[in-house]
Design a protein around this ligand. Structure first.
Ligand code: HEC
Length: 197
């Protein structure tokens, strides 16, 4: 008798384990990692609210996302004053003018080595790793021509790009530490170190 109970218990235990495993497998049914699981209770999924990038039928099927009113600026974003005025950028004032402290130059060098050196070369001589493959060569940043650039012009090139050079405004954002201007000062320090050509 005792033996029979033990057998039954172990049988029902393994059946229970099987059912649980099956339940977990079904609950975890998922076509891919980027898809939501199969939802058994779907009430919460059909919402009346309109998704941010969706069309709004009540407005005659226009996109739900509204155009911001004129002259509004998104939070935390300072528009670049010279975005459409490259010549005017020459008058832009470098808040770090003359600051050749190790902190500022290190800040500039870190960004320069990441974003500029591959084309302009680590010391500004146009000998970056991809420079030989470029049909239109970058500017030698330590040339007499570049020495004569105003700080604001180099800053403009970083924010907006120049000709075939893309903008690095997204990678090197405007911030309280004036990182973009620190890159300008670092270019100046490269010019100081290099013998004028
Ligand atoms: C993908 C290659 C590439 C990278 C990366 C790059 N540049 Fe350039 N840069 C160029 C080329 C090419 C030109 C010349 C554009 C032209 O004449 O059409 C140029 C031009 C310039 C000029 C001259 C602007 C002027 O007004 O004449 C400056 C200054 C400059 N780059 C600075 C930088 C700085 C600082 C960085 C890093 C934030 C950087 N560049 C990253 C390719 C690059």
């Amino acid at each position: 008798m005792k033996n029979l109970i033990t057998t039954l218990n172990s049988k029902s235990a393994s059946a229970l384990t099987g059912v649980c495993a099956l339940a977990f497998m079904i609950a975890g049914c998922n076509a891919s990692k980027n898809q939501t699981n199969i939802e058994l209770n779907q009430n919460m999924m059909d919402q009346v609210s309109i998704k941010s990038q969706d069309w709004d039928p009540a407005q005659g099927d226009v996109v739900q996302m509204r155009t911001p009113p004129a002259h509004t600026v998104s939070r935390g974003h300072t528009p670049y004053k010279y975005a459409t005025d490259p010549a005017g950028a020459d008058n832009d004032v470098n808040p770090l003018a003359g600051d050749m402290s190790p902190e500022t130059l290190t800040m500039g060098r870190v960004q320069y080595d990441i974003y500029c050196a591959l084309c302009h070369g680590a010391a500004g001589h146009n000998d970056g790793s991809i420079t030989p493959h470029m049909p239109i060569k970058p500017r030698v940043l330590v040339s007499d021509e570049a020495r004569a650039y105003k700080d604001g012009r180099i800053h403009y090139a970083i924010v907006m790009g120049k000709g075939v050079m893309g903008s690095y405004g997204g990678q090197i954002p405007a911030d309280e530490k004036h990182t973009r201007w620190a890159v300008v000062n670092y270019v100046r320090s490269l010019q100081k170190q290099s013998v004028s050509k």
